[in-house]
Design a protein around this ligand. Structure first.
Ligand SMILES: [Fe+2]
Ligand SMILES: [Fe+2]
Length: 189
């Protein structure tokens, strides 16, 4: 059951996000619905999570840090370097929970950028949808899209691996959740 429906979600992002990013959110929602149907999560929850996942993506760094402090969200050194980029999921989840969002949807929003070990099917569907939505184009995405047709866990593992390779290639810090997801998805290899 979703306390916030599609129209309410659209209204929320209309007040916060650029046209370009709202289009991205709609593509993520559509992709998340497909993945949820394929892998056994709630399509209704996936749609709302997709629409709202980047709700705080355009908040300035300073406001993101203030919101993180307000909601008790931990800020490590890597998050402190790129607050908006890394914390927009946790901050959105906290703000939307306060507005009555279903906790399962809020958790998917919280984890959509970084991931973590022990993710639910819904959380994985939203994470993967954000990664493979049709507006994305970067090396390796074709393989992840193909894997997303058959195995959620293998596709998520490929996505987090590519993310980490890119972050490390750029010489940036890695947040613990991403490593936990990587280790969980590659433990047998
Ligand atoms: Fe995001
Ligand atoms: Fe996104």
């Amino acid at each position: 059951v979703t306390a916030l429906d599609r129209a309410a979600a659209e209204e929320l992002i209309a007040g916060r996000l650029s046209r370009r990013r709202r289009d991205h959110a709609r593509r993520v929602a559509a992709e998340a619905v497909l993945l949820a149907r394929r892998f056994g999560a709630s399509p209704a929850q996936a749609e709302i999570a997709g629409l709202l996942h980047d709700y705080c993506r355009e908040l300035p760094d300073g406001e993101t840090l203030a919101a993180a402090a307000l909601h008790g969200i931990p800020v490590g050194p890597v998050e402190a370097r790129r607050p908006r980029k890394i914390l927009h999921g946790p901050v959105a989840a906290a703000e939307l929970l306060d507005l009555g969002l279903d906790p399962a949807i809020a958790a998917a929003i919280r984890l959509h950028t970084v991931g973590d070990a022990g993710m639910t099917v819904l959380e994985k569907c939203v994470y993967l949808a954000d990664y493979v939505e049709p507006g994305r184009d970067f090396p390796g995405i074709a393989e992840v899209r193909e894997l997303a047709g058959t195995s959620l866990d293998v596709a998520v593992g490929a996505a987090v691996r590519l993310s980490l390779l890119d972050i490390i290639r750029r010489g940036r810090g890695v947040v613990p959740g991403a490593l936990a997801l990587y280790n969980e998805t590659h433990a047998g290899q």
